[in-house]
Design a protein around this ligand. Structure first.
Ligand code: DX5
Ligand code: ZN
Length: 238
C-alpha cells in the first residue's frame, strides 16, 4: 500500500469512556504472528501494541519497522507502537511509513520530544508519552496538552512477563486527575503485568487502555476469554 493510500487510525478517535485492550505482540508466537493478531482482533482487542526495543535504552532487542509493515495488512486495529529507543527521532519516519497509527515516546529518550510529537502529528498519527518506573510523574506534565495518550509503565521496560509494580498506580491516578482537571481528552494507558486483578486496580485509578501481553497471548482459555476477563475486571482499590 503506498504511503498516500495509508488511512491512519490515530487514537484521538477512540472513545475516552470505553476500556480498550491492547495486546502486546511481544508475547505472541512470532512463528504465527498473523494468526495471533487475527485471534485477538476477533477476541475484542481494541489496539495492537507493538514493543520496539534497541538493546540500548532497554537491555533487549525486539522488532523493527519490517514487522509493522508485515502486520499492517493483517488487521484493521490501530497499531500502537511503543518506542523504547535511545534515539526515537531516527525511527519516526520508518514506523510511520510501515503503517503505525500511534507512536509513544519515552520522556527519557534523547532529542527534542516536543519536536518529535509534532512530526508524529504531521504524519497523521497520534502521539503518546511514557516514563520508566523510576521517573517522576511530573516529567510528563509538559506534554499533556500535546499528546493523545499517556502511558504508565508498571514494569521496567524491556521484557514481557514481569510482575506488576503496584507502586506505579499513584502515577495513573495523578495523570487522570490532572488530565480531567485541565479538561483534556487524553487516554491513560498502563503497560506491564496487567492481568485480572491488576487490571481492576489501574481501571479504578483512571486508566482506560490496558496493554496485556502474557495475560492474553499465554492465556490457557484463549485470547477472547482473556480479553473479556480484563474488560470485566471490576475496578478495585489496591
Ligand atoms: C515491556 C513492554 C510491555 C510488555 C507487556 O517493556 O513495554 O508492553 O510487553 O507484557 P506483559 O503484559 O506480559 O507484562
Ligand atoms: Zn509496551
Amino acid at each position: 500500500m503506498s504511503q498516500s493510500a495509508t488511512v491512519r487510525k490515530p487514537l484521538g478517535g477512540l472513545s475516552h469512556k470505553a476500556v480498550w485492550i491492547a495486546p502486546s505482540i511481544l508475547a505472541a508466537d512470532f512463528a504465527r504472528l498473523g494468526d495471533e493478531i487475527r485471534a485477538v482482533e476477533a477476541g475484542g482487542a481494541g489496539l495492537v501494541h507493538v514493543d520496539i526495543m534497541d538493546g540500548h535504552f532497554v537491555p533487549n532487542l525486539s522488532m523493527g519497522p519490517g514487522i509493522v509493515q508485515a502486520i499492517r495488512p493483517v488487521t484493521a486495529l490501530p497499531l500502537d507502537v511503543h518506542l523504547m529507543l535511545s534515539q526515537p527521532g531516527r525511527y519516526i519516519d520508518p514506523f510511520v511509513k510501515a503503517g503505525a497509527d500511534h507512536i509513544t515516546l519515552h520522556v527519557e529518550s534523547e532529542g527534542d520530544i516536543h519536536g518529535m510529537i509534532a512530526r508524529i502529528h504531521e504524519a497523521g498519527c497520534s502521539a503518546g508519552i511514557t516514563l520508566r518506573p523510576g521517573t517522576p510523574v511530573c516529567s510528563l506534565y509538559p506534554y499533556l496538552e500535546e499528546v493523545e495518550m499517556v502511558l504508565v509503565m508498571t514494569v521496567e521496560p524491556g521484557f514481557g512477563g514481569q510482575s506488576f509494580m503496584r507502586g506505579q498506580v499513584p502515577k495513573v491516578r495523578a495523570l487522570r486527575e490532572r488530565i480531567d482537571r485541565l479538561g483534556l481528552s487524553v487516554h491513560v494507558e498502563v503497560d506491564g503485568g496487567v492481568a485480572v486483578g491488576t487490571a481492576g486496580e489501574v481501571l479504578a485509578a483512571g486508566a482506560n487502555v490496558l496493554v496485556a501481553g502474557s495475560s492474553v497471548f499465554h492465556a490457557a482459555n484463549g485470547a477472547a476469554a482473556a480479553i473479556a476477563a480484563l474488560k470485566a475486571d471490576m475496578p478495585t482499590q489496591g
